[in-house]
Design a protein around this ligand. Structure first.
Ligand code: 13P
Ligand code: SF4
Length: 326
């Protein structure tokens, strides 16, 4: 126990030294560190911007930095590159993928599109650049309903790759979109059993859930939304306790911004008290420092892919602007 405590203290000290080096090097190189809410607290604390996928895409499109260090996963860094093609974008670990993006191989998706003529394609931003080139418009969990509602009610729509988010939007909008069969390996594991047990143990807590969760979990939720929407809800709402059905990283900002409230994460299974995204958690302080210093691994995409993938992302940003979401 003593040994464990002193190891934790020494890791904290190391991270504090690395944090100082990162902050100094960012300034020297005119670099910006963009971080998703699922990053570890140390990374969130030194980021220039922390946000959900929509906020991060908007920041990436507007930044005047010479270098974007993306503390998130591959599809997010790709999106940043597409929106800011003249700026170098680096990702601390190229293995930081996403089960949703991986569930949708471009060749299989091209066949799926062929099987559904007359459909427009709305793709969740959690997909590869190749899938984006095959899409009419991109959405995030923060704007998905508005994006789908921008089409006439009788428009046939394919939604990819998250079937849980797609089913949730179908339910909210009354549409009947054709859904690609993909899931987030973190959110899809959260069970109603775990939620019901937490609710029984904490009857005074509200359940808040990310729409990548299964429909049965969402049916029990008091509020459903993107990571930013969940965070904002906990700030404005009057409850003092929340059961949180999403990745564990978001708790850092929730606790920071509402220190008087209590947050309970829904466990992935009975042996685990947390649910970390294994891809998001590949990013570490030493890897951030190394990629900022060496400017590698860099996100490289062809001009052709960037220009084709940009159209549906720009369309998303335009609809989001019109809807007052950004
Ligand atoms: P948002 O932060 O956009 O809600 O996305 C959650 C997520 O799973 C990102 O990979
Ligand atoms: Fe992908 Fe899920 Fe991880 Fe987000 S939390 S990066 S959707 S696997």
């Amino acid at each position: 126990m003593m040994m464990q405590k002193s190891r934790m203290k020494s890791d904290e000290n190391k991270n504090a030294i690395i944090a100082e080096q990162i902050v100094a090097m960012k300034k020297e190189k005119n670099a910006v560190l963009l971080a998703h809410y699922y990053q570890i607290p140390e990374i969130q604390d030194i980021a220039d911007y922390i946000g959900d996928s929509l906020g991060l895409a908007q920041q990436a499109s507007q930044t005047k930095a010479d270098l974007i260090v993306f503390a998130g996963v591959h599809f997010m860094a790709e999106t940043a590159k597409i929106l800011n093609p003249t700026t170098k974008v680096v990702l601390p670990d190229l293995d930081a993928g996403c089960s949703l993006a991986d569930s949708c191989p471009p060749q299989d998706f091209a066949r799926f599109k062929e099987q559904h003529p007359g459909h427009v394609v709305v793709s969740y931003i959690n997909c590869s650049a190749a899938i984006k080139t095959m899409s009419d418009v991109i959405c995030t969990s923060g704007n998905a309903v508005k994006i789908v509602e921008s089409f006439p009610p009788d428009q046939k729509i394919i939604f990819a790759p998250d079937k849980n988010l797609g089913a949730y939007i179908n339910q909210v909008t009354g549409r009947d979109m054709v859904l690609w069969d993909g899931t987030c390996q973190v959110h899809d594991l959260l069970t109603t059993e775990a939620v019901i047990k937490l609710k029984a143990d904490h009857p005074d807590a509200k359940l808040i859930a990310h729409p990548e969760c299964k429909a049965a979990v969402l049916a029990l939720a008091d509020f459903t939304g993107s990571t930013t929407a969940l965070l904002n809800f906990t700030k404005k709402d009057s409850a003092k306790k929340y059961i949180v059905a999403t990745e564990t990283g978001i708790l850092h900002q929730m606790k920071k911004q509402s220190p008087d409230k209590e947050f309970l994460i829904v466990p992935a299974d009975s042996t685990c008290s947390c649910n970390d995204c294994p891809y998001m958690k590949l990013n570490t302080m030493p890897k951030i420092l190394a990629c900022l210093r060496d400017e590698t691994p860099e996100i490289i995409l062809s001009d052709e892919v960037m220009s084709a993938a940009r159209k549906p992302i720009d369309r998303m940003l335009e609809i989001s602007r019109q809807a007052g979401l950004i």
